[in-house]
Write a protein that binds this ligand. Structure first.
Ligand SMILES: *Cc1c(COP(=O)(O)O)cnc(C)c1O
Length: 350
């Protein structure tokens, strides 16, 4: 089966041999307070920062998922409100989770084919501005230019970005925000079970000032432990090891992005040529580079899904309200040219 599911997604071909190595090297039963773990953790974080071009003064933490990051932000970094731009299911969910912990959280929905309007954030806002850079559910993204504008207009606010389905696929300009997070089962091409949280010095200052200590995953505890390259609970050591191995062999992010953008252009030109299927998002300025949502009449979608399965191709289901008339194609780095060619010749018929 060839998987084009946008998470959990196709893993790198090297994963089985890395898992074997992990077993041979004793990684699976390593103590998370040992020097061996500390060395591995430090190496993984150093590589991550190098390869993804994360500023040196930002701090990387490991969590169990992106969902956990939503909650950490609401519990440990919230004191002056949060403002949520969202145009799809994941941004909405993030807002809903925050709302359960923080009733005053504010939501600002925007339309599928538009960009979020930086002017909507209240003047001199000092809380957290939350935004999903790549909305996996509908295949839209927010450009670096918009993020830069939001940053410029709101020097007092913390900016938190969900980059779950774009981190390690495209180059993110980390200095435009204070909190970035992702999980590894999307663009990193790894099995699920590890989240990555990246914080600016300003975010850590806020966490220290608030000093929230009510939870096992309170950011202050995580900070104390990460100063010693450790975690506040036994982490997914195997996943950290696999991340390290994958990063060791992956090109720098600029090179990865170039390839991803070229492949994205390949998908959009295919969708121009076809008759019965088209891109769900009509404004090319907001089309995601890493998730391609395809729209067609319901009966065409049903036929494509059925036929794809017969051809051992797994397409991503449409998400939420889009489900009946869309499917999604992951454009993640681990997918091979050959697999893309197979799906393209399959779709060209429509
Ligand atoms: C997949 C996804 C999540 C959820 O990730 P988990 O690892 O399941 O918590 C959150 N946000 C976005 C944008 C996603 O694509």
């Amino acid at each position: 089966m060839i998987s084009f599911y946008p998470g959990p997604s196709r893993v790198h071909d090297s994963i089985p041999s890395f898992v074997k190595d992990a077993y041979k090297e004793g990684i699976m039963s390593i103590n998370h307070r040992s020097d061996d773990f500390i060395r591995m953790n430090k190496r993984t974080i150093t590589l991550l920062k190098e390869k993804l071009r994360v500023p040196k003064n930002y701090t990387v933490f490991f969590t169990s998922s992106a969902t956990e990051c939503w909650e950490i932000i609401a519990q440990s970094l919230y004191d002056n409100g949060s403002f949520h731009f969202h145009n799809g299911a994941f941004g909405q969910k993030w807002f809903d989770y925050t709302k359960r912990l923080r009733r005053e959280a504010v939501s600002s929905p925007f339309d599928l084919n538009t960009e979020p309007d930086p002017g909507l954030v209240p003047e001199e806002f000092q809380g957290i501005i939350c935004l999903t850079q790549n909305e996996t559910s509908n295949g839209t993204q927010v450009s670096t230019a918009v993020l830069r504008k939001i940053r410029k207009r709101n020097p007092e606010a913390l900016i938190a970005i969900d980059a779950t389905s774009s981190m390690a696929g495209i180059r993110l300009d980390f200095k435009n925000a204070d909190i970035w997070f992702a999980s590894v089962q999307k663009c990193f091409g790894l099995p699920a079970g590890l989240g990555i949280l990246i914080c600016s010095p300003a975010a850590l200052e806020t966490a220290s000032r608030i000093n929230e200590k009510d939870h096992y995953n309170s950011l202050t505890f995580m900070m104390e432990m990460m100063e010693k390259w450790q975690t506040s609970f036994t982490p997914n050591v195997l996943a950290i090891y696999l991340l390290m191995r994958v990063l060791e062999s992956s090109p720098a992010i600029d090179e990865v992005e170039q390839e991803i953008v070229a492949r994205y252009e390949g998908w959009t030109s295919l969708l121009h040529e076809t008759n019965a299927i088209s891109h769900l998002v009509t404004n090319t300025k907001v089309q995601s580079y890493t998730v391609v949502p395809v729209r067609a009449e319901e009966k065409v979608i049903d036929a494509i899904k059925k036929e794809a399965r017969k051809n051992s191709i797994l397409l991503g289901e449409g998400y939420g309200p889009f489900k009946p008339y869309t499917f999604r194609i992951a454009n993640f780095p681990a997918i091979t040219q050959k697999e893309i060619k197979t799906l393209k010749s399959f779709l060209r018929k429509y």
